[in-house]
Design a protein around this ligand. Structure first.
Ligand SMILES: NC(=O)c1ccc[n+]([C@@H]2O[C@H](COP(=O)([O-])OP(=O)(O)OC[C@H]3O[C@@H](n4cnc5c(N)ncnc54)[C@H](O)[C@@H]3O)[C@@H](O)[C@H]2O)c1
Length: 331
């Protein structure tokens, strides 16, 4: 699908990944509808959308994906839906499984029904590496068993299955992308890189849950946006699922050390260890060859580069808000 001049709807488009996707799509699309309920799970989303409000190609709709009739009326106006709205957070889901399932499963069903009824040309769904749970092998390819360890992971498995079935039964053209630990500017405040940075900026020690030996495959947000746009553009990927992960394993202790160093806090803060939380999993490492072969996607931003870009945003935001001490001569 040629994206020049297309009309797109982004559910969750005021959030971390969705707002970057909106910025990127506005370069080529003729209309970008951001559909987001500004869920109070965390604040600060107004900052993600403010710079686009005066753009005539940008339309912000503050609404819930559980409102089917509104969603349908907007789906009728677009060629493609990027479905990113979700209740994220593994730990949140362990405490609030019903909310997680309501938004992530019922919400996805609504998006698929709206896409079907409106005859939308393509749906790109944001799934998660959390569908895998404890790995049987790494790197995990798309055929790796899905055995999630949290209600969040289970909700994404269910949503993926609805995507698959809507493709098979109703011919809805849908692609699912399993994002791996996305990070970068505008990162959610509950995510590990942001949590560590906030603490170090306050002169506090990062808290590590478990041994810190657990690993994640951190993937820079603009690489994820690139993959998401490619999934919409590519013609021969209907019904496919792709791992969208950088392809490198980083231990949480090493991540904490890197952040402490980049923020110039070496020797000033130490790591604090607390018991592992429920729902955590020991490793993630993406086999991203399928996305390379079928989407032509290659992640470009290494963790070292991406952390610097994240911290540049983080520091600028802090100083705008009259915030904390200046950080890092390393940037
Ligand atoms: N960030 C990651 O590391 C990561 C990893 C894997 C998958 N994902 C998935 O990618 C997508 C985007 O994640 P994110 O990190 O940008 O999260 P985010 O919370 O920043 O964005 C989600 C957006 O959805 C909106 N939303 C929530 N419930 C809604 C509802 N009922 N109706 C309308 N809007 C609603 C929120 O207000 C938010 O703006 C999510 O589907 C998430 O599960 C993210």
């Amino acid at each position: 699908m040629e994206l020049e001049g297309i009309k797109a709807l982004i559910t969750g488009g005021a959030g971390f990944v969705g707002s970057h996707l909106a910025d990127e799509l506005l370069k080529t699309a003729s209309l970008v509808i951001v559909y987001d309920n500004f869920d109070p799970f965390y604040g600060g989303k107004e900052e993600n959308v403010a710079h686009n409000l005066s753009n005539p190609k940008y339309k912000l709709v503050r609404a819930d994906i559980l409102d089917f009739s509104l969603l349908l009326s907007l789906a009728k106006k677009v060629d493609v839906i990027f479905h990113l709205a979700a209740q994220p957070g593994v730990r949140f889901s362990v405490e609030n499984p019903q909310r997680t399932v309501k938004v992530n499963v019922d919400g996805t069903l609504n998006v698929l029904m709206a896409a079907k009824q409106a005859g939308v040309r393509k749906v790109v769904f944001a799934s998660s590496s959390s569908v895998y749970g404890n790995p049987s092998y790494v790197p995990m390819d798309e055929e790796h068993p899905r055995r999630p360890t949290s209600p969040y992971g289970a909700s994404k498995v269910a949503a993926e299955e609805y995507c698959r079935v809507f493709n098979q039964v109703y011919g809805v053209n849908v692609v699912s992308l399993r994002y791996f630990s996305v990070y970068g500017p505008r990162q959610r405040p509950d995510q590990v890189i942001r949590v560590f940075a906030e603490r170090v900026a306050r002169g506090e020690s990062p808290v590590i849950y478990g041994s810190g030996e657990q690993t994640r495959d951190f993937t820079y947000v603009m690489d994820v946006v690139d993959a998401t746009i490619r999934a919409a553009q590519s013609d021969d990927v209907e019904g496919e699922v792709f791992n969208i992960g950088f392809g490198a394993e980083v231990k949480i202790v090493d991540l904490a050390e890197k952040i402490i160093e980049l923020m110039g806090a070496k020797g000033k803060v130490q790591m604090i260890f607390k018991p592992a939380y429920k729902g955590d999993f020991p490793r993630t490492l993406a086999d991203n060859r399928k996305a390379g072969e079928m989407l032509g996607w290659r992640p470009k931003v290494s963790l070292d580069q991406g952390l610097k870009l994240f911290l540049a945003w983080f520091n600028a935001r802090k100083s705008e808000k009259g915030g904390s001490r200046s950080v890092s001569s390393a940037l």
